[in-house]
Design a protein around this ligand. Structure first.
Ligand SMILES: NC(=O)c1ccc[n+]([C@@H]2O[C@H](COP(=O)([O-])OP(=O)(O)OC[C@H]3O[C@@H](n4cnc5c(N)ncnc54)[C@H](O)[C@@H]3O)[C@@H](O)[C@H]2O)c1
Length: 245
C-alpha cells in the first residue's frame, strides 16, 4: 500500500507509536506532518523522514487551530497524542480527570474538528484514532484514561456514520501493552510493584509479550489506506489477543 500524493498528520508524532506511524507513512510515500506538544521531539522525527514539524497541544483549542493552519489540507489524520496520570481512582482528583480527558478525548475531538471540514469539502479522507484496550476492558490505576479511551471509541463510530457520505472513513486501534515511554514511566517510578504491574499486563495478552510501536503503526497504516476502503467505524485490537471482540 502506497500513500503517494497523500498528506498525513500524526499527533503525538514525536515519540512511541506516533513516531513509528510517522516513519511508516513517510516510508510509504505520504507527505507527513509530525505534530507534538514537544517541539524538539517533533523536529527530530520530522528531520529523519523529511517531514514537516508543528508544535501542537491537542488539549488547547487555540494551539490546534494555529497548527492546523500551518499544516494545511490533510488526507490522513492520526489522532495519537495521549497521556495518563496513573493511580487508584480514590487517590485522584478533578484536576487530574480534566487533564487526562482533555488530552485523550477532548484533544481527539478538537483536532478532528479542525481537519474534518476540509476532508468533507474535498470528498476524501481517513481518520485513525488511537484508543486503547483500556477503553474496552477497563484498566486498573487508569480510570479516567479508560473512560476517555472508551469515549474515543464512541466518537470514532459517530464520525464514521456522519462522514461516510462525504467519502471520509474513521476507525480506531486499541493497542494493548506497547513498549513505549508511556507504558514504562509508571512501572519505573513504582519499583517492585511497577514491575509486577507490567508483568500483569504482559500476562493478560494471549501472546505473553509486549507489542512494538511499529506493530501498532502497521495497523494504523492499513486502516488509513485504500486497502481498508470498506472499513469504517471499527476498533481494531492490536494487543496480542488481550481482548477478543
Ligand atoms: N504504550 C501503550 O502501552 C499504549 C497502550 C494503549 C494505547 N496507547 C496510546 O497510544 C498513544 C501513543 O502513546 P505512546 O505509548 O506512543 O506514548 P509516548 O509517551 O511514547 O508518546 C506520546 C506522545 O504524545 C505527545 N503528547 C502528549 N500530550 C500531548 C498533547 N497535549 N498534545 C500533543 N502531543 C502530546 C508526547 O509529547 C509524546 O510525544 C496514546 O494515545 C496512548 O494512550 C498506548
Amino acid at each position: 500500500m502506497r500513500f503517494d500524493v497523500r498528506t498525513a498528520l500524526v499527533t503525538g508524532g514525536g515519540s512511541g507509536i506516533g513516531a513509528a506511524t510517522s516513519r511508516r507513512l513517510a516510508g510509504q510515500g505520504a507527505q507527513v506532518v509530525v505534530a507534538d506538544i514537544n517541539a524538539a521531539a517533533a523536529r527530530d522525527v520530522a528531520a529523519e523522514i523529511d517531514a514537516m514539524a508543528v508544535t501542537m497541544d491537542v488539549a488547547d483549542a487555540e494551539s490546534v487551530r494555529a497548527a492546523a493552519e500551518e499544516a494545511g489540507p490533510i488526507d490522513i489524520l492520526v489522532n495519537n497524542a495521549g497521556t495518563d496520570l496513573p493511580g487508584f481512582f480514590v487517590n485522584t482528583n478533578e484536576q487530574m480527570w480534566d487533564f487526562v480527558i482533555a488530552v485523550n478525548l477532548r484533544g481527539t475531538l478538537s483536532v478532528t474538528h479542525a481537519f474534518l471540514p476540509g476532508m468533507h469539502e474535498r470528498g476524501r479522507g481517513s481518520i485513525v484514532n488511537v484508543a486503547s484496550e483500556a477503553g474496552r476492558t477497563g484498566s486498573q490505576l487508569s480510570s479516567s484514561y479508560s473512560a476517555a479511551k472508551a469515549g474515543v471509541i464512541g466518537f470514532t463510530k459517530a464520525i464514521a456514520r456522519e462522514s461516510a457520505r462525504f467519502g471520509v472513513r474513521c476507525n480506531a486501534v486499541a493497542p494493548g501493552p506497547i513498549d513505549t515511554p508511556l507504558l514504562n514511566a509508571a512501572p519505573e517510578a513504582m519499583g517492585e510493584l511497577g514491575a509486577r504491574l507490567k508483568q500483569g499486563m504482559i500476562d493478560a495478552t494471549a501472546m505473553r509479550r509486549l507489542g512494538t510501536p511499529d506493530e501498532v503503526a502497521a495497523a494504523i497504516a492499513f486502516l488509513a489506506s485504500d486497502d481498508a476502503s470498506y472499513v469504517t467505524g471499527q476498533t481494531l485490537g492490536v494487543s496480542g489477543g488481550l481482548s477478543m471482540w
